[in-house]
Design a binder for this molecule. Structure first.
Ligand SMILES: Nc1ncnc2c1ncn2[C@@H]1O[C@H](COP(=O)(O)OP(=O)(O)OP(=O)(O)O)[C@@H](O)[C@H]1O
Ligand SMILES: [Mg+2]
Length: 304
């Protein structure tokens, strides 16, 4: 009985403004950002979760995070924000249907203006199923048409490879944000990633631009090593490296285990400060650029 009451209560805490129509178009025009790197464990999900919640919480923007990783880490990382008993279509179903609509997978959360579309294990099969479809790279972009009109920002948390799911994310995006671990292995795979981004840009999605490379898991004690890695990456990505860096911070691990953004229980930790600063830098960068284009679409080259 009390379990049921809790469930109803949690559903009632979601304001009606959070509930969106899945078919009707809204009036917004989302900036869509893929968080991608084929390297595992570099902080893609940590960035997707904390950057997106910071933009909803501190900038009042309506934000959706779509989990394209079969590991389903976004849902695990934000489990405490998700009300029980909500029905939704998992991303694997949306991407396998003829007329899939991302809106069918959107769940309102207990954080105002913040929504998620969870990933699921079946996405492993979706990855190979997509390979057999005509126009396989455009399936997510097609399914995003209504969703783009309901949010200010949409983030894709990509799996750690450059397979069909990541390709679909890049084709459906305006920008790509590349988390890069501050380690001697930082350059591993960078060429493959850049080649993929260039190919997508030339052949499939001319809008796609690199928004920035984000240094993650920075250990402030390795001053000399950090300087060498930073200057090499900056030379390579010319003007496309975020000023904000994310330091190693256990609050980020703890928050992930608790299923909450780092701001809830560790608001003054370096992890919280860094991700708030990143949100600020990103929003300002896009605003500047939008103003430079006379209020035109945000989907042009992101200048440094
Ligand atoms: N700045 C940080 N400080 C401390 N721990 C971190 C930091 N960033 C990420 N982590 C931890 O590192 C692990 C991997 O991070 P995360 O899941 O974000 O990487 P990922 O790139 O999404 O991994 P995958 O490629 O498997 O999807 C997690 O346990 C996370 O809590
Ligand atoms: Mg991840």
């Amino acid at each position: 009985m009390s379990l049921l009451t809790d469930k109803i209560k949690s559903l009632l805490t979601i304001e009606t403004s959070q509930v969106l129509s899945s078919q009707e178009k809204g009036k917004k025009r989302a900036t869509v950002i893929s968080i991608c790197s084929q390297k595992g464990g570099v902080g893609k999900t940590t960035t997707a979760v904390n950057l997106s919640t910071a933009i909803a919480k501190y900038h009042g923007k309506r934000v959706l995070v779509v989990d394209l990783d079969p590991q389903g880490h976004v849902e695990k990382s934000l489990g405490a924000l998700i009300p029980e008993g909500v029905e939704y279509s998992p991303m694997s179903t949306i991407l396998s249907s003829k007329k899939g609509n991302v809106m069918d997978g959107v769940i309102p959360t207990e954080l105002e203006n913040f929504f998620i579309s969870p990933g699921d294990k079946t996405l492993y099969e979706t990855e190979s199923l997509l390979a057999t479809k005509i126009g396989k790279e455009y399936i997510l972009a097609e399914a995003m048409k209504v969703a783009r009109s309901h949010f200010d920002f949409i983030f894709f948390d990509c799996p750690p490879n450059l397979g069909n799911l990541t390709l679909n994310a890049l084709v459906a995006s305006d920008f790509c944000l590349v988390p890069c671990e501050m380690s001697v292995l930082a350059f591993e795979g960078v060429n493959d990633l850049v080649e993929t981004l260039e190919t997508v840009n030339e052949r499939l999605n001319p809008r796609l631009k690199i928004l920035g490379v984000l240094f993650t898991r920075v250990d402030g004690r390795n001053v000399n090593m950090n300087q060498i890695i930073e200057s090499n990456i900056k030379n390579f990505f010319r003007g496309k490296v975020f000023k904000t860096q994310i330091a190693i911070n256990t609050a980020l691990n703890k928050a992930q285990l608790e299923g909450l953004p780092v701001f809830d229980n560790y608001p003054s930790s370096s992890g919280a400060v860094n991700y708030r600063e990143l949100a600020e830098e990103l929003v300002k960068k896009l605003k500047r650029q939008n103003a430079a284009q006379g209020g035109g679409p945000l989907s042009q080259a992101a200048s440094g």
